[in-house]
Design a protein around this ligand. Structure first.
Ligand code: FAD
Ligand code: NDP
Length: 657
């Protein structure tokens, strides 16, 4: 029981009893969904045995002829900085490194990405209905520097990708990027004090791929969090004879339309099945409903769907209220973040003012400065979780009431209600999704938490009934970013060999996460990653990576200033400093125990993260993976104080001639 406080005289109050019943319901619903096979119920498209599934993972957007015509990177080429990833993270790295004067020469930067162009998430994902879910004014990076005004409060995918191009153009990055290329491994060369970076460059279906090795003084990774599309191992799926594709690789040749003009004429007269009801599906289903003859939505767990409030940007409001002064974007990002960390200042204006900013209990996974460090005792943890449930309950009740208000058929409405705390899955927002189920040709196939049983040549089977479909859309998400204990080597898919050839992944698997500020690790000099473990997080992922990148650029710039002109710097955190930082984050681990009651999903590695192990070593590794429990703004303060002190405490900087 985590409902905590009692009414007078030890007798539970009505509110406690209600909360207790709610919690029971959550537990029952979660129990339906826990599976012994955890994350192995899925296969990543790139690792699938089936050639058909592997092909679904290929880049549909790369212009191979144009890319093959460009001069490519020479084997043995030397760069100052190799950036892994050309998404918003990689672009931010490049822009900030250039701004700081760390990368000023023509061969200072090489950006490598498996994709055929800039954008990362926004390159790969082009499904109909795609938008950012965090307000574009706070989500799109470098708006002040580019002077760009997003066209609407929530930008569509095409505009988000366009913005990646804009950044690349402004910072002259087009000739500094190697696309269709996977970084396979990096090896620290102790003598030369550089990273040897092994890359496989894809050249499209007509040409053989190339193996290249380049040298880099620094290797920085911005490989993203949701980059590896996965599908469930549904028996018979491969035998489905109709068209089938994953949302992260939309097939407009089947559906008609383009990412910019989403006239899905190819769906006319067709029955479309969609597996999955996560954030992607919420955006997609209303678009399919406009064109297809029948839409079958196969649901395992309903998402919590709140109002969206999309609107065009008003240029006057933009000028006078939004982009109204230098530094406005960070101010707005932090204003927004303060609501999600349950710590808005009493008199402040809610600048973004959307449904996200009502989710005070989201603090369960992004931290809050409001409650200090939670002691790891059953009483304190119980109190903490009870508090979060209490803050969240009115909100989840309102979300369920919203379903009743919108969905006319009471049976369908009941199935669309979510029964888990808000923080267990990415919240979703739509003014069209629930409404779509009032249309006669949109059918909800609820699997009562079990998932689709099997597939046939002609459709999907649930509870013994076959649902024939012509086209099957796999809206089944991505590999969890926490795979491998959040090991940077696993996250990036790069084998990382540091000093004495030691693999970084061994360190993570044997001891757990070990970093300074979540961005670098002892034994791996001049290598940096954007924080996940031992770092704070925010609902706005761009703000999270901006915090990492600002810090990393400071570490490099300060170290270079220390060694002076004419020398290179080797930058490495000491093992004492990283252990001290790991202890700091471990002290904060108990705060995140509210995920224990969560329904499975990628946030909890399909429930694996919330299991308690009798092995203290396993629990210690979990604790080492912890985030910053006081939230991102507090974390920024800690990093700012560190930077202001100026000496790069705990970091060894060695000059190399
Ligand atoms: P990514 O954009 O994922 O880019 C990483 C790049 O690294 C990829 O292009 C990948 O190909 C490349 N890469 C990785 N490993 C290798 C390798 N070994 N070799 C070569 N290349 C490699 N977050 C929000 O805050 N708000 C949102 O609204 C939001 N919407 C989202 C919508 C979708 C559909 C998805 C999937 C995610 C969304 N996210 C959102 C999370 C989103 O991923 C981040 O906001 C952000 O775009 C990540 O930027 P990134 O550059 O760090 O990673
Ligand atoms: P999710 O992982 O959120 O959703 C996958 C869906 O597939 C879930 O509904 C899952 O059910 C379902 N599923 C898995 N296996 C089966 C099965 N065997 N049978 C039936 N259903 C199954 O992936 P998304 O692509 O929707 O979203 C991933 C993340 O990307 C989001 O959480 C968000 O962070 C980001 N995103 C943001 C968007 C935005 O608004 N800007 C849009 C899209 C994505 P179950 O829930 O039971 O596991």
């Amino acid at each position: 029981n985590t409902t905590g406080a009692e009414g007078g005289n030890g007798i539970p109050s009505q509110e406690d009893l209600k909360l207790y019943a709610l919690q029971q319901k959550y537990t029952e619903e979660a129990a339906k969904r826990f599976r012994a096979d955890g994350i192995s119920q899925f296969v990543e498209l790139k690792d699938a045995e089936s050639g058909r599934f592997r092909a679904l993972g290929e880049d549909p957007w790369a212009d191979h002829a144009a890319l093959n015509a460009k001069e490519t990177v020479k084997n043995g080429a030397k760069y100052k900085i190799v950036i892994l990833g050309a998404g918003y993270g990689g672009l931010l790295y490049a822009a900030r490194l250039i701004q700081a004067g760390v990368a000023s020469g023509p061969d200072d930067i090489l950006i490598v990405d498996a994709a055929g162009g800039f954008g990362g998430t926004w390159w790969w994902n082009r499904y109909p209905g795609l938008h950012c879910d965090v307000e574009s004014y706070t989500y799109m990076p470098l708006l002040e520097e580019t002077g760009y005004m997003p066209r609407s409060k929530y930008a569509p995918g095409s505009e988000l990708r366009e913005h990646a191009e804009r950044i690349a153009t402004q910072w002259n990055l087009h000739d500094k990027a190697l696309f269709r290329s996977s970084v396979k491994s990096v090896h620290w060369d102790e003598e030369a004090k550089v990273w040897n970076v092994k890359i496989t460059e894809g050249r499209g279906p007509e040409e053989k791929s190339r193996e290249i090795e380049v040298q880099a003084q620094y290797f920085v990774a911005a490989s993203g969090v949701l980059t590896n599309p996965q599908i469930p191992k549904i028996p018979g799926l491969e035998s489905f004879s109709g068209s089938m594709f994953h949302t992260a690789r939309w097939d407009y040749s089947v559906t008609g339309g383009t990412p910019e003009e989403q006239n899905l004429t190819g769906l006319q007269g067709k029955r479309v099945g969609v597996i999955g009801t996560g954030a992607t599906s919420i955006q997609l289903v209303p678009q399919l409903a406009k064109w297809a003859k029948e839409v079958y939505v196969f649901q395992r767990t309903p998402s919590q769907v709140s109002w969206r409030g999309q609107r065009a940007t008003d240029p006057d409001e933009w000028k006078n209220k939004i982009a109204y002064k230098k530094g406005w974007q960070l101010e707005r990002q932090l204003n927004y973040n303060s609501y999600l960390t349950n710590a808005p200042k009493a008199d402040q204006e809610n600048m973004v003012g959307d449904a996200w900013t009502q989710f005070r209990a989201y603090a369960a996974i992004v931290g809050s400065p409001a409650w200090g460090i939670i002691e790891p005792t059953p009483e304190k943890i119980g109190e903490h979780i009870a508090r979060l449930y209490r803050i969240d309950a009115p909100h989840t009740e309102a979300a369920r009431a919203r379903v009743d208000e919108i969905v006319k058929d009471p049976e369908t409405a009941a199935k669309l209600k979510s029964w888990y705390p808000t923080w267990c899955k990415r919240p979703t927002f739509s003014d069209e999704y629930l409404q779509a189920f009032n249309l006669p040709h949109v059918h909800l196939v609820d699997t009562n938490g079990k998932g689709v049983d099997s597939a046939t040549e002609t459709g999907l089977v649930v509870a013994g009934k076959e649902y024939p479909v012509d086209i099957l859309v796999l809206s089944t998400g991505y590999r969890t970013p926490a795979l491998g204990g959040g090991s940077p080597a696993v996250r990036t898919g790069v084998e990382i060999y540091g000093r004495e050839g030691k693999p970084m992944d061994d360190k993570w698997q044997n001891y757990g996460a070990a970093t300074l500020h979540g961005v670098c690790s002892n034994g791996f000099p001049n290598l940096f990653f954007t924080g996940l473990s031992q770092h704070a997080s925010a609902a706005n992922y761009v703000l999270t990576i901006e915090v990492s990148i600002t810090h990393i650029v400071h570490l490099i710039a300060t170290a270079e200033a220390k060694v002076g002109d004419g020398s290179r710097a080797v930058i490495e955190v000491t093992s004492e400093a990283e252990e001290a930082w790991s202890m700091e984050t471990m002290r904060r681990a108990a705060y995140f125990s509210a995920v224990m009651g969560c329904t499975p999903g990628y946030i909890t590695s399909e429930g694996e993260a919330s299991q308690v192990s009798p092995d203290p070593m396993v629990m210690m590794k979990k604790a080492r993976q912890s985030g910053w429990s006081e939230g991102l703004e507090d974390f920024m303060r800690v990093l700012e104080e560190y930077r202001a002190e100026g000496s790069l405490k705990g970091v060894e900087v060695t000059p190399v001639a």
